[in-house]
Design a protein. Structure first.
Length: 133
């Protein structure tokens, strides 16, 4: 599997720690953040290919974070994590440029597949912007 840089953003610390560890075990370069602000600060120092972003977070929610992420890094692909009550937010995320949304809890393999597809789309977009198509 091709290595790409992933940013996991969720206010549930245990979830972030678990998913970061499990993705690192699979050879990915993964960084976790427990708030939208922390994620944006991390983006100042490092470029990420794919972000997995929780919709419902206290303070700066996922939609607001997505808007700011897209300003900083328009080509980074973002997958929104939604609960049953926040599907509308997932759809709103798509309208704001998110790659996709997945329902929590999401099996790791499904999330990995989504992240890989998002990364592949990012590569295609980069090629197009370099004068490919």
């Amino acid at each position: 599997m091709q290595e790409f840089r992933v940013l996991i953003v969720d206010d549930e610390e245990d979830f972030v720690e678990t998913i970061v560890k499990r993705l690192k075990d699979r050879g990915l370069d993964v960084t976790g953040a427990t708030s939208g602000r922390a994620a944006l600060e991390l983006m100042d120092g490092k470029e990420f290919d794919v972000a997995v972003l929780d919709v419902k977070m206290p303070g700066m929610d996922g939609i607001e974070t997505l808007r700011e992420m897209k300003k900083k890094s328009p080509r980074m692909e973002v997958i929104m994590l939604t609960g049953h009550g926040s599907v509308e937010s997932g759809i709103q995320g798509l309208q704001l440029g998110a790659y996709n949304y997945v329902m929590k809890p999401v099996p790791l393999n499904d999330l990995l597949k989504q992240m890989t597809q998002a990364y592949e789309r990012k590569l295609i977009e980069q090629d197009r912007h370099r004068g490919g198509a």
